[in-house]
Structure formats: structure tokens, C-alpha cells
Write a protein that binds this ligand. Structure first.
Ligand code: FE2
Length: 364
């Protein structure tokens, strides 16, 4: 499976690199308007861009979240982060890689071979419009590509550099917890969810807060008292021990589960003989696509009964999360709501995610 990791951590699977879809969506246009409601610091329309390329309204939304406030006193980002099209436009600019496609033809070495419909163009040199070289490395089952405005010459790039960029000091704990290339990719499932992409991330990052309420079956397979969260530079890791196995001996979760969130939109889940990855792709302000890839220990890939039952249970959990996320989005769109609070002992990873986003969006 190919995974593309941008300079600032954006992760896109090869299949979903249809970035023109992002760019053609109304919400990614700088000309889009806000929702027209005027709840202070919650919703706003873009005002003329400043020299920094960020409008006053966008800046105001970014600054409405203060990462300096300690977690027990912290206020969550305003609802405009989840509902305002101009905020999504800013995220596309600052958080996600942008690309374009014009039907031009390139050689395998990136040289521009043919440029279509440029009759009449002046001073055009094909040599100056080749593809930009990118640093590539592998880590476990992932292929990482580093986007950089000033690409490192190939000979100076090493796997360690890319690994450090992507996972930072979390790479060790991940590599010693079974996230490796010996697992076999068995299937992919894709879900379209009617919520902002960050709602899915927030739900994932709540330290198991919602698990006993939203996932009764999953909760019975986990020892939720053992839930813990570790925070790294761009990665947060939630860990939980497994609970008792089913009466019939079925156990897809094993003795421990590890849930790693790699900023901004990629998740790696390792439990029992399974690993699944979740890629969250923003589609519009209120819609995202989540792509699940499932990997299984090779000793079990022929056990169709185990595989099907595991996937069924996982599917049920996803459906429960979709109901939850879509409900949260509806709540965020209520004019009565602006910001909330964090549960300090469980939602550390969510706060970390918001602080990372603020740093990226506010880095002007
Ligand atoms: Fe969930």
C-alpha cells in the first residue's frame, strides 16, 4: 500500500490522491462564503486577504483557540473550525498538500514530455516544468513521501530523516509493538461520513471516553480501566489492555490494543493479530471520507471464519462511530453552540491535536 506523507504530516493513500476533487469542491475555493451567522468568534465570512494570505476572519477563527491555556482550563476550538468553509480553505492551504492536474505528460524520470493546449504561450521552457523530486522512504508496511518546497537532493535523504519527520520519537514504541511489514493486507473499506474531518479525529482522540456509551460490544472486549495516553511531537498513542475472550474463544482484540494518531489525519490501530489504518480525507466542511485498510497476521489469512467475524465486528464499531460523529456535527452547527471543554484526564490527545493544528494554521 502506498502512503504519501506531506512535509507537514499530511497523509494520503495513493488511491485517494485525487486532489483535484478537493480543489474543485466549492468549500476549497477562496471565494466561498461563510454561513452568515454572527456568533462572536464562532462563525464568520472571509474578509479580504492580508499580505500573509490569511483573511482577518480566518485569523480570528485560528486565534479563538488558545493552546497556551493548560488542559484543565482549556476551551475547545470554536464551532467555526468545523462548520466554516473558509476555515476548511485555510486547512487545505496550510495543513494539506495541494496539487493540480492539466493533462500534461511526463517521463518516468519526471521530465515534461508533452504539454497540451499551450498554443500561443511565450517563453515556455519544458525543462523548467518537470515534476519536482520528492524524498521517498519506507517504514514498516508504509511508503512515505516527503513533500518539501525545497526538496532535499536524493543523495542527502535517508530513511531515518523521513521516519523522524513522520513519527518523531514515537517511532520506537510503534516499531516494538508489532506495526511491521510481515502483516498481510487483506481488504479496504471506505466510508463517507457527514461530518467535518476533525470530528472523526476528535472522536478517535477522546481517550476512550465514548467507548462504554457508543460501543457496548467493543467495551466488553477491552479493559477500559487500563486505558492510557502518550503524547509525542506529532503522534499520540492510546493504549488499552484486552478484556476476557468470548465464550466461544473468539478474540480479535488480543491482550492489548494500541491506537496511534499521526498528525494530521492518519491512524494506525494494532490489536491481537490485526492492524488497521484509517485515513481521514476532508471532502467538504461537513463531509469526509475515511479509508480503512486491514492487515492480518499471515498465520490467520486462511481462517475465513475468523477474518469475516473480525471484519463484521469492526464494521459494527465503525457504524456506531458514524452515528456518533454525524450527531456531533449537527450539534456543532447549532447556533446555540460555540466552544466546549476537555475532560482533562482522558482527552489529552484531542487537545494535542488541536494545539498542533493551531500551530500549523497560525504559523504566519
Ligand atoms: Fe469509537
Amino acid at each position: 500500500m502506498a502512503i504519501v506523507v506531506a512535509k507537514i504530516g499530511t497523509v494520503l493513500s495513493a488511491k485517494t490522491l485525487a486532489l483535484e476533487r478537493f480543489l474543485s469542491s466549492p468549500s476549497s475555493s477562496s471565494s466561498t462564503r461563510g454561513l452568515g451567522l454572527r456568533v462572536v468568534a464562532c462563525r464568520s465570512s472571509p474578509s479580504p486577504s492580508t499580505e500573509t494570505g490569511i483573511s482577518r476572519a480566518q485569523r480570528s477563527m485560528v486565534e479563538a483557540f488558545d493552546p497556551e491555556i493548560p488542559l484543565p482550563e482549556a476551551i475547545t476550538p470554536p464551532s467555526s473550525w468545523y462548520t466554516d468553509p473558509s476555515f476548511l480553505a485555510l486547512e487545505f492551504d496550510r495543513v494539506f498538500f495541494r496539487g493540480w492536474q492539466a493533462g500534461w505528460t511526463y517521463g518516468l524520470d519526471g521530465t515534461l514530455l508533452k504539454a497540451t493546449r499551450i498554443t500561443g504561450i511565450k517563453n515556455f521552457k519544458k525543462d523548467e516544468f518537470g515534476l519536482i523530486p520528492l524524498a521517498v522512504a519506507t517504514w514498516g508496511p508504509f511508503v512515505l513521501i516527503r513533500f518539501d518546497r525545497h526538496p532535499v537532493p536524493h543523495q542527502n535523504c535517508c530513511i531515518k530523516t523521513v521516519e523522524n519527520d513522520w513519527l518523531g520519537s514515537a517511532s520506537n514504541i510503534l516499531s516494538t509493538n508489532g506495526i511491521d511489514s510481515s502483516l498481510k493486507h487483506v481488504c479496504r473499506r471506505e466510508y463517507t461520513i457527514q461530518c467535518n474531518w476533525k470530528v472523526f479525529c476528535d472522536n478517535y482522540l477522546d481517550g476512550g471516553y465514548h467507548v462504554p456509551y457508543a460501543h457496548g460490544d467493543l467495551a466488553s472486549g477491552l479493559n477500559l480501566d487500563s486505558y492510557s495516553t502518550l503524547i509525542f511531537e506529532k503522534v499520540s498513542i492510546q493504549r488499552c489492555e484486552g478484556g476476557p475472550t468470548d465464550k466461544d474463544g473468539f478474540d480479535r482484540l488480543g491482550s492489548k490494543a494500541l491506537y496511534a494518531f499521526v498528525y494530521p489525519n492518519f491512524m494506525i490501530n494494532r490489536y491481537g493479530p490485526w492492524m488497521d489504518t484509517n485515513l481521514v480525507v476532508p471532502v467538504t466542511t461537513t463531509k469526509c471520507q475515511v479509508i480503512f485498510d486491514y492487515f492480518l497476521d499471515v498465520s490467520l489469512v486462511d481462517d475465513k471464519v475468523f477474518m469475516e467475524r473480525s471484519l463484521e465486528e469492526s464494521e459494527r464499531v465503525q457504524m456506531e462511530d458514524i452515528v456518533l460523529c454525524e450527531g456531533v456535527q449537527r450539534g456543532l452547527e447549532s447556533p446555540a453552540y460555540c466552544s466546549g471543554r476537555y475532560a482533562p484526564t482522558v482527552e489529552m490527545a484531542m487537545h494535542h491535536f488541536h494545539c498542533r493544528l493551531h500551530e500549523c494554521l497560525g504559523n504566519i
